[in-house]
Design a protein around this ligand. Structure first.
Ligand code: HEM
Length: 459
């Protein structure tokens, strides 16, 4: 195919330019047709170089090479910032405000307070309670009925994390309502994520849904925050920890920041995990060999027992399946940054104010770094020391100072959920094929996934 025919080939700029670009007349139609597919195609066409994408008013730099990703997220993180008025973060900030999802001093303060709750030691100590909640949540799944996988996964994940992260301050029913509101919010911000230059004062599609659902979340969480501040209970849940924390100069954290961090932590702890698990079931149907290996491992390791901490270290294939799912469906698929100063990445000048698009979804699907990247093959994560990849070839949890604080929790929780479901049930997936992922503020399944859980004894 000649370049003229190829809608997404990368055009070299004039001889003086040092960055290639994809002109708007090619980029926009391709993105309108299939945004995720187009971005991966841009990444493949750029062959590891930083490339600019013409999006009309905005011409972001697409950063896909693992070494360049490390440059932006980790090595030069002091100049590549989340910009609260820019792509994605502008929309995110309307819900989460200043706190752990922001940047600068307030972010630092929130991270300092929250990170100790997520050390491997602390999370390991939560495992027994989490395993118990998961077992009971899976027990309540109506076996033999056609279920919406996303709704069931959301209920199980809420049950798993609400007790360990929010103690008795948020009920599971309220948690499920918050998740539904978050879901509506994530979908409502798509227009603003794609057009960050439109000021908040100009109405856009989705604004009303955003406001209504944000108010619903506040109605549930704000009273819990106010009660915890008025009557401290010394608990180690997120709301109590934030309520008694002090700033570096000894002041109380104000109510707004506690609200912002509570909402942020709630959203990151629930939405990510249940969306990832929803993607899993159609893959098991499409890959009976992987499903068989997974059932075999869970039979061998868990058998008829209740999955608990003693099983986790031996659920190695389950972990490989999760890593492969995170490669294909990194829920935090887009990590934009804005350059706070001039810089150069591998010979490409990046001017102050430039928007950079870093995306694990793209890097993790590029031909240059993965063998047959479109295929679902968990065994690519088998430990093979000779095949060490660059650490930013697979980075579903980001990297550098903003790296996800829930990574360890996610693996334990997801391993326990998969083991709890598959040790008791055979999963029959009714949805044909594999629904394509759909990009919103986070990645979600583009179609409903329906399944039935059949008790193993009945198969
Ligand atoms: C499938 C599971 C998950 C994925 C794929 C994921 C992905 C990510 C990514 C890519 C970032 C980096 C954002 C950036 O650099 O701007 C991040 C940050 C974060 N994640 Fe996760 N996450 C997951 C689960 C969780 C869980 C379970 C929690 C909490 C219990 C959590 C809490 C957070 C928080 C608080 C941040 C912000 C950290 C900061 O800016 O300092 N995540 N996550």
């Amino acid at each position: 195919m000649s370049e003229a025919e190829n809608p997404i080939s990368v055009a070299d700029g004039p001889a003086s330019a040092t960055v290639s670009s994809i002109p708007a007349y090619r980029a926009l139609p391709a993105l309108a047709r299939d945004p995720l597919g187009a971005l991966v195609a841009f990444g493949n066409a750029s062959r590891g170089s930083v490339v600019r994408i013409g999006l009309g008013l905005l011409r972001p730099y697409l950063v896909t090479n693992p070494a360049h990703v490390q440059h932006v997220l980790r090595d030069h993180s002091a100049i590549y910032l989340r910009d609260g008025s820019g792509m994605l973060w502008g929309a995110v900030k309307r819900l989460f405000g200043e706190g752990i999802m922001a940047e600068g001093e307030v972010w630092q303060e929130s991270r300092r307070i929250l990170q100790p709750l997520f050390t491997a030691k602390r999370v390991d100590a939560m495992v027994d309670v989490m395993a118990d909640e998961i077992y009971r949540a899976v027990d309540e799944v109506p076996a033999g009925r056609v279920l919406d996988a996303s709704a069931e996964m959301s209920r199980i994940v809420c049950r798993a994390v609400v007790r360990v992260l929010f103690g008795d301050k948020v009920s599971v029913d309220d948690a499920v309502r918050i998740v539904a509101a978050q879901d509506a919010i994530s979908a409502s911000v798509v227009a603003r994520v794609l057009a960050p230059f439109v000021p908040n004062s100009v109405p856009m599609p989705g604004d009303r849904a955003f406001r209504d659902n944000a108010a619903l979340i506040d109605d549930i969480l704000l009273p819990a925050v106010r009660r915890a501040r008025a009557q401290p209970d010394g608990g180690d849940d997120i709301i109590s920890t934030l309520s008694r924390a002090k700033t570096a100069d000894g002041r109380d954290i104000d109510e707004r920041q506690i609200r912002n961090d509570t909402v942020s932590m709630f959203a990151s702890a629930t939405e990510t995990s249940y969306r990832l698990l929803t993607f899993l079931w159609p893959h098991l149907k499409a890959h009976p060999d992987v499903a068989a290996a997974l059932y075999r491992e869970i039979d061998d390791v868990v058998g008829d027992a209740t999955p608990d901490r003693s099983h986790l270290a031996r659920l190695t294939y389950t972990r490989m399946v999760l890593d492969e799912m995170l490669r294909l469906y990194p829920i935090g698929w887009l990590i934009p940054r804005v350059a706070a100063a001039d810089d150069v990445i591998d010979g490409v000048p990046i001017p102050k104010g430039a928007t950079l698009l870093v995306s694990p979804y793209i890097t993790q699907r590029l031909d240059a770094y993965w063998d047959r990247p479109a295929e679902f093959r968990p065994d690519r994560f088998a430990a093979r020391p000779a095949e060490r990849r660059h650490r930013y070839t697979h980075y579903p949890f980001g990297g550098g100072p903003h790296k996800c604080i829930g990574q360890h929790l996610f693996y334990l929780e997801a391993q326990l959920i998969v083991a709890a479901v598959l040790s008791r049930f055979r999963v029959r997936v009714h949805t044909p094929g594999i629904p394509a992922p759909r990009p919103a503020a986070s990645l979600r399944s583009g179609g409903k996934v329906e399944l039935t859980l059949v008790p193993r004894g009945a198969v």
